[in-house]
Design a protein around this ligand. Structure first.
Ligand SMILES: [Mg+2]
Length: 146
């Protein structure tokens, strides 16, 4: 799958820290044959991807659409269909499908979100769905099924 991660409050906190287990999760997803992309509503965050040592795992960094999600993709240079979105902002996850993550603000050793995200991607890759309460199938996928 093409897996798109948001930046602010998804992989990066308000304190500028990288969410626990992000690099490990990216590495595992790539090893499983997925493609990992990073996008952000405020711009192309290549500097953050490099600073956190994620560049080896990330296929490409994009700006994220904030409305008209599907129609806006070509204008942002996104020609890879987003299959699975991880974002603290529910709207885009509800549209494309994926995982609505708990917002990450500050470094927190108790945070298990990345492990849950990885498991949910594995479920969806294997069974086409997940029982996790944060999983959304997405409107686009639902339309394709009809
Ligand atoms: Mg965010």
């Amino acid at each position: 799958m093409n897996i798109f991660f948001d930046v602010d409050y998804t992989i990066m906190g308000a304190d500028g820290s990288l969410r626990q287990n992000t690099a490990k999760t990216f590495r595992k997803l790539v090893a499983d044959g997925h493609k990992v992309f990073v996008w952000s509503g405020v711009g192309v965050r290549t500097a953050e991807v490099r600073r956190f040592g994620l560049a080896d795992y990330v296929t490409k960094v994009f700006q994220k659409p904030l409305e008209d999600f599907e129609a806006a993709l070509p204008g942002l240079g996104v020609f890879t269909p987003p299959d699975f979105i991880i974002d603290d902002h529910p709207e885009i996850v509800r549209f494309f499908g994926g995982f609505i993550c708990r917002p990450y603000y500050f470094r927190n050793r108790q945070d298990t979100e990345m492990d849950e995200i990885y498991q949910t991607v594995c479920d969806v890759a294997e069974n086409g769905t997940s029982e996790h309460t944060a999983y959304r199938a997405g409107k686009r996928r639902a339309q394709e099924d009809t």
